[in-house]
Design a protein around this ligand. Structure first.
Ligand code: ZN
Length: 159
């Protein structure tokens, strides 16, 4: 899917995430030092830079390294799902279902899509989805919504 001059690089053991982001921003010619606070399990962001007439884009995924294996798999897929959403390639994922139209009709937001991708990754990694739950004590409705997406993956994902 990546075209010429596009690249993917995985970095591990980044000690200071914010410093690393600042380094990348510098590389892209973005001047302001960036301070932010990432809540939750993961974070993703887009970078866009223009130098004379050349444009460059970057996509960053950050994952909390203290997650257990299942949460790590879910979160990585969730953040990469956001990437597919940003570049408008959701169809790649919908085609992995017995009934792509049904699944598509249940996905209303980028967040839904990320969660759908998270469940797919867990299923592919051979987790029993019926034993997996996303806890959201602050918002029980979100919990129910995520569980519905889990059931879609459980019932309709192609082998
Ligand atoms: Zn998300």
């Amino acid at each position: 899917m990546l075209e010429e001059n596009q690249f993917y690089r995985r970095e591990e053991d980044v000690l200071d995430v914010y410093e690393r982001i600042n380094e990348i921003r510098k590389q892209f010619g973005l001047p302001t030092p960036y301070h932010d606070y990432a809540h939750g399990y993961g974070w993703c962001g887009m970078l866009e830079a223009q130098c004379s007439r050349e444009k460059a884009y970057g996509y960053i995924v950050l994952i909390n390294k203290n997650l257990n294996n299942a949460s790590m798999i879910f979160t990585k897929a969730h953040e990469h799902g956001h990437f597919l959403w940003y570049i408008d390639k959701q169809e790649i994922i919908y085609q992995k279902f017995k009934n792509p139209h049904l699944v598509k009709s249940k996905i209303h937001t980028n967040e839904d899509f990320g969660n759908l991708c998270g469940w797919i990754a867990l299923k592919i990694a051979n987790y029993d989805l019926n034993e997996c739950f996303i806890m959201n004590t602050e918002n029980p409705e979100t919990e129910i919504r995520i569980a519905r997406l889990r059931n879609l993956v459980e019932n309709y994902l192609l082998d």
